[in-house]
Design a protein around this ligand. Structure first.
Ligand code: SAM
Length: 286
């Protein structure tokens, strides 16, 4: 990761947001889809990445890296879609929202506000593509341009976040990019800004990036996107999300992604070896 958060949608960490959008587009075209993101392919078409990305199953092979990534993204997206459906969402905060369009594709109760936190160029790209294509939001979307390694609460509070009202937070596709001190700071901020009854959903990759870099699908995909897993994801991380949250008064559930996938009728094959270390965590502040 660069030191300054100035990447756009086809460079550095920004292109990972485009990659997950491509995987969601593939899933959305499958007959047995676990989630539907009708806007994901618009982003890929508009960005025109240096190496083309597939957006439908017919552009992939069943045992190839993009199929594996689409299975993974399908399970992760569905799990967090269910998290939002299962409790209060009046204030929803997408940390590192990237090209997540939940504010546009899910049904939300009236008066829901969705705060989308990411770097300026990624947020701008997303808004441009959605407005160019006449896509309407289903909640009130408030983009908040920040670097999540810095002091971002001021910007969130300035955008209207109310710390006396329960919030629903999501850290999906984010923690692997942050060093331990930034993850701990982020958890501390979420905790301080969370009124009782707030909920927090987290994707936690419990593995050494040096090992993941050698396993499919990362061993081939990172290179295609011009990335190096070990440059992008700091190693030697020991921050324990589950025990940290429990120690700070949150009731926590944690589910390894393999059994979650099986519960949805998906099996991760050998081409998903690098994706099995994920733990999906949800927590409610007591
Ligand atoms: N959560 C989204 C999703 O699942 O579709 C995006 C995931 S994408 C893999 C990673 C996102 O994290 C990118 O949009 C990137 O810009 C954002 N990101 C990474 N580090 C960040 C930081 N320090 N501050 C703000 N955003 C960051």
């Amino acid at each position: 990761m660069t030191q300054q958060a100035d990447w756009d949608i086809v460079t550095d960490v920004g292109i990972t947001a485009l990659g997950v959008a491509a995987a969601r587009a593939i899933e959305s075209h499958r007959e047995n889809r676990l989630m539907s993101d009708p806007y994901a392919e618009l982003f890929v078409a508009a960005a025109r990445p240096p190496t083309p990305m597939p957006t439908s199953p017919k552009e992939t092979t069943a045992d190839g890296p993009w199929s594996a990534m689409a299975d993974y993204l399908a399970v992760r997206s569905r799990y967090f879609d269910e998290f939002f459906a299962a409790g209060p969402t009046a204030q929803t905060v997408l940390l590192a929202s990237g090209l997540d369009v939940r504010g546009y594709r899910l049904d939300w109760p009236a008066d829901t506000v969705v705060y989308e936190l990411d770097v300026p160029k990624v947020l701008q790209f997303k808004q441009n593509v959605l407005s160019d294509n006449g896509v309407s939001a289903r909640a009130e979307i408030r983009p908040v341009a920040v670097d999540l390694r810095d002091d971002w609460p001021t910007a969130l509070l300035g955008a209207g976040f109310d710390r006396s009202t329960p919030a629903a937070w999501l850290a999906e596709g984010l923690l692997p990019f942050l060093p331990d001190d930034a993850v701990e700071r982020l958890f501390g901020i979420v905790d301080r800004l969370s009124a009782p009854g707030s909920r927090f959903a987290i994707e936690h990759v419990d593995a050494d990036p040096r090992e993941l870099a050698t396993l499919p699908p990362m061993n081939t995909m990172a290179g295609e996107m011009g990335l190096t897993v070990t440059d992008m994801w700091p190693a030697d991380k020991v921050f324990p999300p589950v025990s940290w949250l429990a120690d700070h008064g949150w009731r926590v559930t944690s589910s390894p992604i393999g059994p979650v996938a099986e519960g949805y009728g998906r099996q991760f094959g050998p081409n998903s070896a690098g994706l099995r270390h994920t733990v999906l965590i949800t927590a409610t502040k007591g």
